[in-house]
Design a protein around this ligand. Structure first.
Ligand SMILES: [Zn+2]
Length: 474
């Protein structure tokens, strides 16, 4: 934040102290513009070989297409540091440029990153004024060309060595001869995201033509036949003494990176995360996530709102993942700043149950069959409720079976309380008629009054007979 504030303050001061200064072209040239195109590498110095053809072959194709395109413009002389597979030191290249009184050196390259993870187009410019401002005005236009082709603008950058001079040799050697030089890293040959721009020879030529267009705009050129006119093309605002891009080395890792689970759908496994990150002196550029606690990471995605000429970062971003079920997933993120310095978040562990939870009650086959049936059972009850109901049904069934000798034998033979009884099997319907035992009791109760009455009648008859016989005797 301090640097951002300092830049803004410096800019306000500059704008007020140089009222006539506008978005002007800083660099001027003599009667004829002299351009040196430097195809990077050559000879035994092959450049990157991560994706063939070799970088030294690609840079030559692009440089020749760039030179041919520049021939369309008036009042320009174009040189190549090499037009074949020749080995040249960086000093020799700069000396050649000085010998032809070059106004600018454009060094052509293709990129590859150490961890094969980042992508996009990148340009290195001089770190020292006043060449820095010239490099910056060109870089701004060139980056627009690359973005127009659809590439990610990875950055306009500077880098110093431990002596405090430019780290990259071609820039350092050219600076020593007061010639502005830039390194055009068109795209990353090891990045799948950049492949659409570097597959065919025609792609390398397209880069060369785009490079030439940026040069024509930067110097305000007009084509030979007058159909292209960049004479009044606007350039980025920067004062010749200003250093706008802080060098690699002054940048530290992002200060913070936090990860939070904000939503989780247990059915689908879809999870939404929020990433909050902060870098007070650099722009955040990418973020990537890990599902194994940081062992491996996804290809990085661009941090929202990133643009190489911005001064402010977005504070957060969110992303969605579908997490695997039946285990814990150790989610982690890392954020990258413009110089690829990374900071990791803490791990957020997300646990998702197996898709079909199985409630284990018993190990027997019969129980497993019953559980399967219970799971297939339609209804809104939960598993425990279902099992309780199954058990109730079995108890009823067992009671009935205990009265049926044949059924009881079958049960004891299986040793299980029930065999293959499905929960859908309803208990035996209770008959409208009384059961046999009750019928027997009913029959007994009907017999009692009859027997009683018969006994009473017999007693009455005996008593009457006795009275009659004894009465006659008296
Ligand atoms: Zn290279």
């Amino acid at each position: 934040m301090k640097k951002t504030a300092a830049i803004i303050l410096a800019f306000i001061v500059l704008m007020t102290s140089f009222p006539s200064y506008a978005a002007g072209r800083i660099q001027t040239y003599g009667d004829e513009l002299v351009i040196v195109i430097d195809p990077g590498h050559g000879g035994s110095n092959e450049g990157t070989d991560v994706y063939l053809p070799l970088e030294k072959e690609r840079t030559l194709v692009t440089a020749k297409a760039m030179a041919a395109e520049l021939e369309r413009y008036a009042n320009i002389k174009v040189y190549l540091t090499r037009d074949g597979d020749k080995e040249l030191s960086l000093k020799e290249r700069a000396e050649f440029a000085a010998s032809v009184q070059a106004d600018f050196i454009f060094s052509i390259h293709y990129n590859a990153s150490e961890e094969h993870d980042v992508f996009g187009t990148e340009i290195w410019i001089p770190a020292r004024a006043p060449l820095h401002a010239m490099g910056y005005q060109f870089a701004d236009l060139w980056m627009q060309e690359m973005q127009g082709m659809g590439l990610h603008p990875r950055g306009i950058k500077t880098r110093l060595n431990d002596k405090g001079t430019d780290y990259y040799g071609i820039i350092r050697e050219a600076t020593a001869k007061a010639i502005p030089a830039v390194i055009l890293e068109h795209c990353h040959l090891d990045a799948p995201q950049d492949r659409p721009w570097c597959d065919e020879e025609e792609d390398m030529k397209a880069f060369g033509r785009a490079d030439a267009t940026a040069v024509a705009k930067y110097f305000g050129l007009m084509s030979n036949n007058g159909d292209i006119d960049y004479v009044s093309w606007p350039l980025a605002e920067i004062h010749p003494d200003e250093v706008w891009v802080f060098p690699l080395g002054e940048s530290s890792e992002p200060e913070s990176c936090e990860l939070e689970l904000v939503a989780l759908d247990e059915e689908s496994g879809e999870a939404e995360f929020e990433v909050m990150a902060e870098d007070s002196d650099e722009l955040l550029q990418y973020f990537a996530y890990s599902l194994d606690g940081g062992e491996s990471y996804s290809p990085p995605e661009v941090w929202p709102g990133y643009a190489p000429n911005h001064t402010e970062n977005a504070e957060s971003t969110s992303f969605k993942l579908t997490l695997p079920k039946g285990r814990d997933t150790e989610v982690k993120v890392r954020v990258y700043n413009r110089y690829d310095r990374k900071t990791e978040s803490e791990t957020v562990s997300v646990s998702l149950n197996a898709p079909e939870p199985v409630v284990s009650v018993s190990e027997s086959d019969a129980d497993r069959a019953r559980q399967d049936a219970a799971l297939a059972w339609e209804g809104t009850h939960d598993i425990q409720e279902r099992l309780d109901r199954i058990r109730e049904g079995e108890e009823e069934k067992a009671e009935e079976e205990s009265k049926d000798p044949a059924a009881s034998e079958e049960v004891s033979a299986d040793s299980a309380p029930s065999s293959g009884v499905t929960p859908t099997a309803a208990p035996s319907p209770v008959s409208e008629a009384a059961p046999p035992q009750q019928q027997e009791e009913a029959d007994k109760s009907m017999l009692m009054p009859v027997l009683g009455a018969s006994l009473l009648l017999l007693c009455a008859m005996l008593f009457t007979g006795y009275v009659l016989t004894h009465g006659k005797r008296r």
